[in-house]
Ligand binder design. Structure first.
Ligand SMILES: Nc1ncnc2c1ncn2[C@@H]1O[C@H](COP(=O)(O)OP(=O)(O)OP(=O)(O)O)[C@@H](O)[C@H]1O
Ligand SMILES: [Mg+2]
Length: 112
């Protein structure tokens, strides 16, 4: 099993969910997070001068899936989340050792 964690723009969450539903992915965890990438946040300029917000609000979408579905999910995430502008986000993929459905005790792919 693979865990796919995608940091995306808030306003892209609905499009990402639609892209995932289109490939039949239902289970996910969504969290509001703050983060920064290469640009270390954003610099604003107003009458009082320049100031920097170094941690920007983002959405973190976590999906655990059988190995063979991981590539299709990455494609769907990119399709749903991409604007082409700085700050579109990032996808992290890692190996998951165990998953258990609490209600039934099922394990592994069956429990997803
Ligand atoms: N190396 C990283 N480790 C953990 N989280 C990261 C990392 N890089 C980015 N993120 C998360 O992803 C969010 C969006 O990152 P962002 O899209 O700005 O990445 P970037 O590398 O700066 O690319 P871009 O140049 O397109 O902006 C960040 O706010 C942060 O939450
Ligand atoms: Mg960035």
């Amino acid at each position: 099993m693979k865990k796919i964690e995608a940091v995306i723009r808030h306003e892209k969450l609905n499009q990402v969910k639609a892209a995932l539903e289109a490939i039949d992915i239902s289970g996910m965890t969504v969290q509001e997070v703050r983060g920064r990438g290469e640009q270390k946040g954003l610099e604003f300029i107003n009458r009082a001068g320049k100031y920097r917000v170094d941690l920007l609000p983002k959405m973190l979408v976590t999906i655990v899936v059988p190995d063979e579905k991981a590539d299709a999910i990455v494609d769907a995430l990119i399709q749903g989340a991409r604007t082409g502008e700085i700050g579109d986000g990032k996808i992290f993929i890692s190996q998951v050792e165990r998953c258990i459905r609490i209600r039934t005790g099922e394990e592994g792919d069956e429990a997803l």
